[in-house]
Design a protein around this ligand. Sequence first.
Ligand code: NDP
Ligand code: GDR
Length: 332
Amino acid sequence: MKESNKVALITGITGQDGSYLSELLLEKDYTVHGIVRRTSNLLRSRIEHLRRDEKIYGQRLFLHYGDLSDSTTLRRILHDVCPTELYHLAGQSHVGLSFEIPESTCEETGMATLRLLEIVRAHPLPVKFYHASSAEIFGAASASPQTENTPLRPTSPYGCAKAFATQLARVYRQSYGLFVCNGILYNHESPRRGENFVTRKIARAAARIARNRDDDLVLGNLESRRDWGRAQDYVQAMWLMLQHETADDYVVATGEAHSVREFVEAAFAVVDLPWEKYVKHDPSFDRPTEPVRLVGCAEKIRKTLGWKPAGSFAQLVREMVDAELAAIDSRQ
Ligand code: NDP
Ligand code: GDR
């Protein structure tokens, strides 16, 4: 493929994954188009460095206003941009919040994916479609570790919506021959993670307590276990899926689960503080139900696409706490 033919469209470009994926694709000489929604604040912190780069913004990176609910705009953007690859990452991504706002979560995560699949089906040129599926589709998992063939048993409105969208992506691949891949991604974290996800919340609090900015850290369930990887590695997996000759589904995971408590211990160890003194429990952060035994088997993507996770759990925690400390120190 000639370099100039590589055109990517990203929904959710302002999110954690969208920002790392943009950097990866720009490095690979893609022209990158992102869909952003109207907000009251123009600052889009995760991609601000790209927007300020005159060699990139307006040259190889373009932003378009659009909302997942607005199919006429989505269709027009696809028509104008004519992407070779579409990475569909946008949506309400907080599992706990999905219990409070189930309808909009399902609308954005489930129906919007159907909307985009339909738009791509009607598009006159082929578009390779990446769908951001999630480990949450397995929910009360019937087997552990989970593979691409593990039954879907979601335990949250978010998980139900992702299961709906994942299965639809399969249906569109099988029924219409569309090139659609489900990346079934387990939790992946970074210094750009949203502040209300548990890893960022812990890393931020450990750093702020160490620098006397905060007194405590209030959390929900410390015994929950997750398979945590690095976001920068996981966006590589997204790209690899769309480069393969055939479309398929892939679990992307480290294969290792750790508890929230272990994350807390490791984060406070970085700043050399006794975590028990600072961490408090607030049941309002507990969820009505939690998935169980979520840990992924990434054998298929390792064997087929050569992807494997990089770095250890301890390195991830350190990277996140160090980034928080550096951010505080740079503001002093
Ligand atoms: P973020 O929450 O960081 O980013 C979500 C993105 O979606 C943001 O750009 C947000 O825009 C955009 N968005 C939300 N609602 C709309 C809407 N109605 N119209 C247009 N854009 C919208 O998520 P991540 O980057 O962490 O995750 C990316 C995707 O991968 C999500 O679909 C998530 O559910 C899924 N996923 C994530 C995993 C993880 O561990 N991170 C694991 C498995 C799946 P804005 O900036 O304006 O809010
Ligand atoms: P998750 O991530 O729900 O797995 O979804 P999150 O970091 O929100 O929760 C992980 C676990 O930590 C427990 N927990 C808390 N969680 C939050 N957010 N805040 C707290 O104070 C807190 N205390 C304990 C939670 O109960 C949970 O068990 C992420 C998202 O990125 C999804 O979009 C993605 O699909 C899945 O990962 C895979």
